[in-house]
Design a protein around this ligand. Structure first.
Ligand code: SAM
Length: 235
C-alpha cells in the first residue's frame, strides 16, 4: 500500500513539474519526501494524490498540492531559515517547509482550532517532522512575537489585507507570502522587506482559501460568511 502511495506521489510530482508549479530541485525533493497520505483523514486517504484540496474537519481543508508547491516556490525558504506559518491545518505545508529548512532551521506554525493543532502534531510526529516544527494554538494574524523576527512567513488562510504584525515580524531581507483579498477569490501576494526596512509588494496568481479569522483577519466566522454572501458568487 505504501509503495503504491510512493508511486502516486512520484507521478503527481512529475505532473506538477511539467505544469510549472514545481520549479526548483529543493521543492521537488520536499514534495517527494513528505507523505501527503499521512496528513489527511482516513476517509479521504485514497485521494491524497489527486491535485485538489481535501477536507480535514472543522470546515477546513488541506490545500491542493499544486498550491502548496507554488506557494513554497514563491516563499523560497532556505536551509537554516526560521519560518512562521499561519494556519497549520493538517501540518502538511509545515512539513514541506521543515524538509527544506532542515535541522539548522525551524518552523513555527500557528493554528486557531485546538483540535486541528492536535491533528497536525500527531501527523508531524508519525512522519518524523515534530522536532523541526512547533505547533502553537492561537490567532496567527498577530504573528508569534516570542520567536520573531522570521526569515520567511507563509499565510495559508485568506486575509482581507496584509496583517501588519506579520510584516513587522519579518527580518530585513525576509519574505512573506499570503492570499489577500475578499472571499471567495484572493490574490497571492509576495511581500519583500528590503535591508533598509522598505517594503516591495508583488501580486501573483488568483486563489481560493478559507478565511483567516482573527484580529488582523476577518473578525469572526459570521463576518466572513456575510462577506462571501455579499460577493454574489456561488461556490
Ligand atoms: N497549511 C494547511 C495544511 O498544510 O494543511 C492548510 C491550511 S487551511 C487552508 C487554513 C487553516 O487556517 C485552517 O486550519 C484554519 O483553522 C486556520 N486559521 C484560520 N484563521 C487563523 C488564525 N487567525 N490563526 C491561525 N490559524 C488560522
Amino acid at each position: 500500500m505504501s509503495s503504491d502511495f510512493t508511486l502516486r506521489r512520484a507521478r503527481l510530482v512529475a505532473i506538477l513539474k511539467d505544469l510549472g508549479y514545481i520549479r526548483s530541485s529543493k521543492v521537488e525533493r520536499a514534495m517527494l519526501a513528505v507523505p501527503r497520505e499521512l496528513f489527511v483523514p482516513d476517509d479521504v486517504r485514497e485521494y491524497a494524490y489527486d491535485d485538489r484540496p481535501l477536507p480535514i474537519g472543522y470546515g477546513q481543508t488541506i490545500s491542493a498540492p499544486s498550491i502548496v508547491a507554488h506557494m513554497t516556490e514563491l516563499l523560497d525558504p532556505r536551509p537554516g531559515d526560521r519560518v512562521l506559518e499561519i494556519g497549520t491545518g493538517s501540518g502538511y505545508q509545515a512539513a514541506i517547509l521543515a524538509e527544506i529548512v532542515g535541522y539548522q532551521g525551524h518552523v513555527w506554525s500557528i493554528e486557531r482550532i485546538p483540535e486541528l493543532a492536535e491533528f497536525a502534531r500527531r501527523n508531524l510526529e508519525r512522519t518524523g517532522y515534530i522536532d523541526r516544527v512547533t505547533v502553537i494554538v492561537g490567532d496567527g494574524s498577530l504573528g508569534y512575537k516570542p520567536e520573531a523576527p522570521y526569515d520567511r512567513i507563509m499565510v495559508t488562510a485568506a486575509a482581507p489585507r496584509i496583517p501588519e504584525p506579520l510584516v513587522e515580524q519579518l527580518k530585513p531581507g525576509g519574505r512573506l507570502v499570503a492570499p489577500v483579498g475578499p472571499l471567495p477569490f484572493q490574490v497571492l501576494v509576495v511581500v519583500d522587506k528590503r535591508e533598509d526596512g522598505s517594503i516591495e509588494v508583488r501580486r501573483d496568481l488568483e486563489v481560493v482559501f478559507v478565511p483567516l479569522i482573527g484580529e488582523y483577519g476577518w473578525k469572526n466566522e459570521r463576518e466572513a460568511i456575510l462577506q462571501l454572501s455579499n460577493s454574489g458568487v456561488i461556490i
